[in-house]
Design a protein around this ligand. Structure first.
Ligand SMILES: *Cc1c(COP(=O)(O)O)cnc(C)c1O
Length: 378
């Protein structure tokens, strides 16, 4: 093992410092404006962001909430999902997707993924539908949308709600349709590391469904309408003005950020395909999809050893996700077993996400590629 020296190159998964340097003046000005106005909760900045993101998503409503997890939970609750219902989703996702389902009292029902895209296998959904099924949550993993046209067809046939977990996929499209256009609603997260990241927590529901929008707005303020009168049980989950103000500045750059991520992804893919295609499978962008590469995730032989080798050489990489939801201890009572979802479990031992962000330098990417090649030559 090489010893760490101060001269060793470092490549981080994500480095937000460059971006902040570019926007510092504008961000500090807008933060100052919010504080000077003393309007911290549900003011003009949240309104503006809700309007802009709804427009950007080609839907009629945006509802700013406390975080991306609550966005899923509130959208489900607003759609009427409750105890006794079943909600179908993918086990290969961040915990929040399953957690939000369970928090409504409904039962998460998992189905396997498509090994090409890592997204929920639309064909497997239909077999999991029962009389109790109320909703489907496709997760647009790593920034690529699930097969929404097929999922929409299934949901229409069985009268199901679709809540798209688009936490990783703001700006993505599937045959020209963005999250929220085909689903009943879609949810975004503004967690700092997401493609549109705040300086704290934040989230949003987007939808063209009037009733779902109205109910979500009520649920995020304790179920209160009018103020101090409560007909439904809500809670306190709002996007705050300071975060919205920051996001309004960053949102102007979102399209450019997505384009830059795509350029970095293409660079990785070209080189890795050329040099180590026997050992590494690069991400596949399905025909007609616009992938926004929240993560650039390869499948790698000897994944854990490769990860260690990169680490020794100063390169960060991440495993999203090492344990699928159906095997999480908290969901043990659901009765899923090891080997139940073959493609998902294979992905948990092969997937490796490499450094990816709009400001990532080409020389850093070249270094990452060089070390991957070196690892497989040994
Ligand atoms: C980040 C993320 C969430 C949760 O968002 P938070 O804002 O952190 O609550 C949900 N689902 C997926 C797939 C995510 O990546």
């Amino acid at each position: 093992m090489k010893s760490e020296t101060s001269t060793m190159k470092r490549v981080k998964m994500l480095d937000l410092s460059e971006q902040y340097k570019e926007m510092r003046k504008e961000v500090l000005e807008t933060i100052d404006e919010v504080i000077s106005s003393s309007q911290f909760i549900l003011g003009k900045n949240v309104k503006k962001l809700e309007k802009d993101i709804a427009e950007f998503s080609n839907v009629s409503h945006g509802i700013g909430v406390g975080n991306g997890s609550d966005a899923i939970h509130i959208a489900l609750q607003a759609a009427g999902v409750k105890e006794g219902d079943e909600v179908i989703t993918t086990p290969f996702t961040f915990f929040a997707t399953g957690g939000a389902i369970a928090r409504t009292g409904a039962t998460p029902v998992f189905v396997d993924i498509d090994p090409i895209t890592f997204n929920i296998d639309a064909k497997a959904i239909e077999q999991a539908i029962t009389d109790k099924t109320k909703a489907i949550i496709p997760v647009h993993l790593y920034g690529q949308m699930a097969d929404m046209h097929q999922i929409k067809e299934i949901s229409d046939k069985h009268h199901l709600v679709i809540v798209e977990d688009a936490a990783q996929a703001i700006g993505a499209a599937c045959q020209g349709k963005k999250p929220g256009e085909l689903g009943t609603a879609a949810t975004y997260s503004f967690f700092p590391t997401k493609n549109l990241g705040a300086y704290g927590d934040g989230g949003m529901i987007v939808t063209s469904n009037e009733e779902l929008a109205e109910k979500s707005r009520v649920i995020r303020v304790h179920g209160s309408k009018p103020k101090y009168y409560h007909h439904v049980l809500g809670y306190n989950s709002r996007l705050d003005e300071l975060q919205a103000a920051v996001l309004n500045v960053k949102f102007k750059k979102l399209q450019e950020f997505s384009e830059r991520r795509r350029e970095k992804a293409n660079f990785y893919s070209e080189k890795l395909t050329e040099l180590v295609s026997d050992h590494v499978t690069v991400p596949v962008e399905k025909d007609g999809n616009y992938h926004v590469y929240h993560q650039y995730t390869i499948r790698a032989k000897s994944r854990d050893e490769l990860k260690d080798y990169l680490k020794e050489n100063g390169i960060d990489s991440m495993i999203y996700y090492p344990m699928p939801l159906h095997l999480q201890p908290v969901f043990e009572h659901l009765g899923y077993k090891i080997d139940e979802f073959q493609h998902t479990e294979k992905a948990t031992v092969e997937a490796l996400s490499l450094p990816m962000y709009p400001e990532l330098k080409q020389e850093d990417q070249e270094y990452v590629i060089e070390k991957i090649v070196e690892f497989y030559k040994k």
